[in-house]
Ligand binder design. Structure first.
Ligand code: V47
Ligand code: SF4
Length: 384
């Protein structure tokens, strides 16, 4: 357990509250501010109102207040690696810079179970606590492939496996002619511990149709997480923002997540993913500004009252921008990664070889005047 001094927490919350009340915007938004200070749920209209505010300093104060009341001064990170079993994909999402169609066979990779095991073995002497496994979707990497993979990893090393989004679960369960529940049960028995948040993109039907029309639907994405949570398991949720969606679509997306969280309760972190426009079918769509990114973190923190953690995924945002996000409601930076993911470097992220030592992550957090805490995937602090 992390030891928080109650006095410090109350004193600092008071200070933060006073800063908010002294801000000129407080007089303009009395009702909204009162709700936020009392940690009450915001309506969709209030969520939109936040998106329409121009003053970043006010949003930062509000989001920081709510984050502080939930997570105090702590910022979490973990030691993890990613494994992307293939970048071939039967789907063709317009924003994806990474996938290759099966016919483009010279441009991609497709690992066997044993090749993946060799990657895992490279980390035998390193204290990583999580392997994050997700990638393209192909017929060869079916349910049996993942069952064998998870069993072999677990036999080799007892490490948390966070793997497979609903996009993959939907595909492999259809192919195996099993229900989602049966598929998830088999994967869980093989060693799947939790699910990452990918594949959510944007839930609005029309926009989803345009950017990710051929993969699992919004309802299927939500249903798979619902079943997973009913098994007592945990997962994350993402939102791909800053492309052709509107603020209304973002609120609609977060509303669906908030409702599911009320019902099923297994989401740990919400992870806004900024659309990066290099090398994909949507390269003509400009990327949004850092101002927009920070606003989005703040609104997510304020609107998603039943999510404990908001993750600023530094591999996507760039480490220095992620550091700033810690003042806009984010309390998690994700992990060390060790240059094991290509999704964002191929889409043009400033992090072309995402890798940080724990010392570097801790420094980023300390520079932001927060307390770094290493966690495992389920947010248990790790004592070093
Ligand atoms: O679903 C793909 C996104 C996601 C682009 O749960 C893009 O801890 C922006 O979900 N621009 C996969 N985004 C990554 C993911 C994730 C990452 C880190 C941590 C966790 C977690 C989950 O990446 C996809 C898609 O939304 N993505 N291409 C792009 N051009
Ligand atoms: Fe395939 Fe995922 Fe890329 Fe879509 S985002 S094309 S499902 S790898």
């Amino acid at each position: 357990m992390i030891d928080f001094s109650q006095d410090t927490v109350i004193e600092s919350l008071e200070t933060k509250k006073n800063l908010i009340l002294q801000h000129p915007y407080s007089k303009q938004y009395t009702e909204l501010v009162e709700k936020i200070l009392n940690i009450q749920r915001l309506s969709d209209e209030e969520g939109l109102m936040l998106y329409q505010m121009h003053d970043l300093s006010f949003l930062a104060l509000l989001a920081d207040y709510v984050n502080f009341s939930k997570n105090h001064n702590v910022v979490y990170y973990n030691r993890n690696i990613h494994i992307e079993p293939t970048n071939f994909c039967v789907y063709s999402c317009a924003f994806c810079s990474y996938s290759r169609l099966i016919k483009q066979k010279d441009e991609g990779w497709k690992y066997t179970v044993d090749e993946i095991l060799e990657i895992v073995k490279k980390y035998d002497n390193q204290p990583i606590t999580e392997i994050h496994i997700t990638g393209g979707v192909i017929p060869q990497q079916d349910l049996n492939f993942y069952i064998e993979l998870f069993q072999k990893i677990k036999t080799h090393r007892n490490i948390h496996i966070k793997a497979l989004t609903p996009v993959e679960i939907h595909y492999i369960s259809k192919k195996a002619k099993l229900s989602y529940a049966e598929t998830l049960q088999k994967l869980s028995e093989a060693g799947l511990d939790s699910m990452p948040g990918g594949g959510a993109e944007i839930f609005n039907k029309e926009i989803r149709e345009k950017i990710a029309g051929d993969k699992c639907t919004t309802e299927q994405w939500l249903e798979i997480h619902r079943i997973w949570h009913s098994m007592g398991k945990r997962s994350n949720a993402t939102m791909l923002y800053g492309h052709i969606e509107t603020y209304e679509h973002r609120i609609e997306h977060m509303k669906m997540l908030r409702d599911l969280q009320d019902e099923a309760g297994g989401f740990q972190a919400f992870i806004p993913l900024k659309f990066r426009n290099k090398n994909n079918q949507m390269s003509h769509v400009p990327e949004v500004s850092i101002v927009e990114d920070m606003k989005n973190y703040a609104v997510a923190r304020l609107y998603l009252d039943n999510f404990q953690h908001i993750k600023a995924y530094w591999a996507m945002l760039g480490r220095h921008n992620a550091q700033i996000a810690l003042h806009f409601g984010a309390d998690d930076l994700d992990g060390t990664i060790d240059d094991t993911t290509k999704i964002y470097s191929m889409a043009g992220s400033e992090e072309q070889h995402p890798s940080m030592t724990t010392e570097e992550i801790r420094q980023l957090i300390l520079q932001a005047k927060r307390i770094p805490v290493e966690r495992d995937t389920l947010y248990n602090p790790i004592q070093n």
